[in-house]
Design a protein around this ligand. Sequence first.
Ligand code: P6P
Length: 371
Amino acid sequence: NFSDVCDQTGVTLNRYMIEANRQGVVDTDILSVMNSIREATKVISKLVNTAPLAQAELLGLEGAINVQGEDQKKLDVITNDVLKKALRYTGKLGTMASEEEDMPVSAALSLDLETTASGTVLSDTGKYVCVFDPLDGSSNVDAGIAVGTIFGIFKESEESNAVCDLPANIKDLDGDQVSCLAATLQPGKALVAAGYVLYSCSTELVFTLGRGVVGFTLDSSIGEYVLTRPSIEIPSRGKIYSCNEANMENWDEPFQQYIKDIQTGNCETKNKYSLRYIGSMVGDVHRTLLYGGLFAYPADTKNKDGKLRLLYEAAPMSFLLEQAGGLAITGHSRVMDIPPVSVHQRVPIILGSKDDVEECKKYYEKCDDPK
Ligand code: P6P
């Protein structure tokens, strides 16, 4: 972490980021993007926490199907707009990609906002890309169960446009869409910042700038995120596993065997692990990060790439876990090494405590190399 100023709990996010910029850890553009994430997620926290009081406007279905083929919730749409507008106003982003949008979009201010008083058009100066899931686990909101926002920030650079092999349907896209897509499709190891906001008993902002993991809690009495966890490190071992056991019979064989062994104590620690699963990735990952253990959405026979999305769910969470001393794999490889070929590509993910994930990986290696 940075100087001792940032190790004092109670420091506001604003002060923390100014210090990070002063010490050259982030440039003023990232400072501005993190500022907009701060503002947007305070609004989303309020919306999520008061949704049951505003039944008609905020709860229930939007009456549309999103790009994922899922029933869009009213809050999915509202929170997506809140985040997009906040990020757009920074003028520091080149491109945005959202779980709720089919394709990445240029972050240039839309025409009506672009024209200044003097009539000149603001040009889009952004050199960063922000990928995000505005309200992950939103189907839980009506039941008051924890949900979250996940975000990742890439540098938009020429070489990154050359990095990915663009998908076959590229011919259907216009020039702008092609450059937005190329800027967005980067592997997790290219992330410069990533984090999540958990909307639960408290509102927790946890993120990394590539220098460890830090946690802030929203103090609603002053409307500010204050530093509560100056340096988060995941325990090297846990006693909890977190996955949807309803899919057990379809899982990869190695993962099935690993789970059976940690259920019965037939494992390195000889402990019988407990199951904790709330079906909301941000909540399950936050508990795993703090208590240790393992969270997984592995491949299964029906979903050979699992369910979670590489770009704006698995990669940002994997960056965080590795920065906190943990690991994140698909079973066969490191999640952060995978170059996405499409915005909404899925990936199997097994993340958590280093020793637990390494133990699970041995089951895959045995299967890959059965000699
Ligand atoms: P399942 C929520 O819909 C989500 O995208 C993640 O937040 C969560 O981890 C996962 O899907 C839950 O999926 O199939 O167990 O309901």
